[in-house]
Design a protein. Structure first.
Lengths: 117, 186
């Protein structure tokens, strides 16, 4: 079957009135078939009936945790960026005093505040 | 417990024996349905080594959910539902991952290996099918996979995907339009 015939077959297979069994049979005849490796069944049984599967599940858990960590980390970074932007907009700079909220305070007023004199 | 050859046993007998802890009976279920699962998983995720892991997960999940299988539907339908759910979850997971950490496009999320074949024409045909499927939207790809690769009717597809027949028919039509556009560019 040449490429244009394959394309026609694929398109016609999605006709509502097409015979799906005929299409899948023809595609299989053309060598378009899928299967797993020869020892697939043994691999599944090994996973099920050996302790190894628990290890795999633990690895899956770690993967999930890593994914969750990335999401949390990204959210954190986004929050920090928003904070920096808001400080910059409110204080007009990103100096150390701006971070502490002291940018528009005089030294005397801080001493007064701390000592009460 | 079933003794002797398992190939002539019915689904019900194999399920019963598996529930009683018969490893070989479950092995027969895997052998009997692995090709069907491969068509769904590899049709949806691409013919890659990675799809094999999902295929294994399907049977592991089946094993743990066998006590819940009441035999109201065919075992093949039950397995197919598990395969579809796991595959769609995997697609969602990859989509999330790629949207966050990679600049890769939708089509590049899926890899596929073209089966070794001496026949150039067959190799080319296999490549066309794989590329076309991977370029489709997952909602339409699942419909195309059920139809083209599994040979399921509209009613069977609706049952497996838990969709009304009308929805399957409309997606079938939209899938055909999308496939036509994809194949035109190839």
């Amino acid at each position: 079957m040449n490429p244009s015939e394959v394309k026609k077959l694929l398109i016609s297979s999605l006709n509502a009135d097409a015979d799906p069994l005929d299409v899948s049979g023809r595609l299989e005849k053309e060598g378009i078939s899928y299967d797993f490796n020869k020892n697939f069944s043994e691999k599944v049984l090994d996973k099920l009936y050996s302790a190894g599967y628990n290890v795999t599940r633990e690895v899956e858990f770690v993967k999930t945790m890593n994914f969750a960590f990335y999401r949390i980390a990204l959210t954190g970074v986004a929050a920090i960026v928003i904070l920096l932007i808001s400080i910059f907009l409110m204080e007009g700079s990103l100096s150390f005093n701006s971070f502490l909220g002291l940018s528009d305070s005089y030294d005397e007023s801080i001493v007064c505040l701390l000592t009460g004199n | 417990m079933i003794k002797g050859s398992y190939s002539g046993k019915t689904e019900t007998e194999l399920v019963k024996a598996s529930l009683e802890g018969d490893k070989k009976a479950f092995g027969e279920i895997v052998t009997r349905y692995q090709k069907m699962v491969a068509r769904t998983v590899k049709g949806m995720l691409g013919d890659s080594v990675f799809a094999e892991d999902i295929g294994q997960e399907v049977f592991i999940k089946l094993y743990y959910s066998l006590p819940e299988f009441r035999g109201e539907a065919k075992l093949s339908t039950y397995i197919q539902k598990i395969a579809v759910n796991l595959t769609l979850n995997e697609i969602k997971r990859r989509k999330r991952f790629f949207s966050m950490f990679s600049q890769k496009g939708n089509n590049e999320m899926f890899e596929f290996e073209v089966a070794d074949s001496d026949n150039e024409e067959r190799k080319e045909a296999s490549e066309i099918v794989n590329k076309a499927l991977m370029a489709m939207d997952p909602r339409f790809r699942i419909i195309a996979t059920m139809r083209m690769l599994q040979g399921y009717s509209t009613k069977e597809t609706a049952e497996i995907l838990d969709l009304p027949i009308g929805t399957v028919l409309s997606r079938l039509s939209r899938a055909q339009d999308q496939l036509r556009n994809i194949l035109k560019k190839m």
